[in-house]
Write a protein that binds this ligand. Sequence first.
Ligand code: ADP
Length: 398
Amino acid sequence: MRISATPERCFEKTMAKEKLERILRHSFMGNAKNLINILLSINDGVYLTDRERRIVFWNRAAEVITGYSADEVMHHFCSEDILSHTDHEGNSLCQSGLCPLNQSMLWGVPGTKPLAILARHRDGSQLAVEVSVAPLVDDKGDVIGGVEVFRDVTEKRELEEAKARFLSGVTHELRTPITVITGYLEMMMEGDAGEISEDQESFLTDCLAEVQRLEKLINDLLDLARFEATEFSVRFQIMNLAPILERVVKGYAAEAEKKGLELELHAPPIDILGDPDRLQQAFANLVANAIKYTSAGKVSVDAGVDDGWAVVGVRDTGMGMDEGELQRIFEPFYRVDDESTRSLEGSGIGLSIVRRIVESHSGEIEAESRRGEGSVFTIRLPLTPLDTMRSLEGGEGP
Ligand code: ADP
């Protein structure tokens, strides 16, 4: 979700300013020793850098988590091999324009959400970490350095992966009998077990339709459960949105053609830090809906960049919805309650999954619609995870 308040306003909100200043004046008595002691004893890894990302402070938890002592890292650039932040594909963030700490210093705003990325222990082993960043500013508001707080979430991630493995096992167990039943029903309908009467064929057709409905429901439910289980292990990597959108549109081309719909895509290359599988799932859900709920006309997917955001719109000329329905469509299991929607298969889960995916990327989703005229679903994803940057006065980038 977007935080629209300016950094200054957030800052004001998070403290009783005057009281805090009084406490700081008395307890620190003009020197920073107490503050440094607090930072040293925090249970999360904390390090501070100067403007060039040279490490000037490294607390005890940082030593424990990474295996590097403060002596070893002091005055070194954090972009050297020290923490070696990478995305989940192993691409270095330190060397790229997407280094969270560097972005935070360039834009002068803190990140709004911890980023789940990878780091490296001194012994070479990989660590899953959640990282929060913020710039350090002087009295005049000039950025003089940065601070990164990081937490080792390797165990938590292993647990989430175990849950996901369990769910995919269950998925397999539920799907296998359904595949077998479908196969036998189809064989009987084709007469492989002897000739069948008209009545028998009609009963078997109904059975097949119900089994297919059950299969779709199981898939949707398991999708939702799987997403809940792995919600916090979205695997961020540097990715280009364009090929993902191309893959989605290509995947639905035959279905659109079958319904006589035009299917268009306009997508320039747009790099973001995101999870390509999850985002593909989200866009596929929107395109599938646009085709499903449109009987004539066009479905178009348009991507672009707007003020620090990647924006993807999925537009259709379909049945549309009323204002009251629009408010509820992102709730799990909600379906518009009318004749035309009921006649189309669906479980009401797809959009709730899309919303979760978008939110896990610090993005936002909006729907506009008019009954009988069509709908447009717009996903906005921060070009970097530091989504407050666009609230900067003037909105200028580095
Ligand atoms: P499902 O399509 O499986 O019912 P979703 O969660 O994807 O579930 O969508 C929820 C509801 O929102 C749908 O049942 C439908 O009523 C409405 N909806 C979604 N997308 C569109 C669209 N492009 N046009 C019209 N109605 C839509």
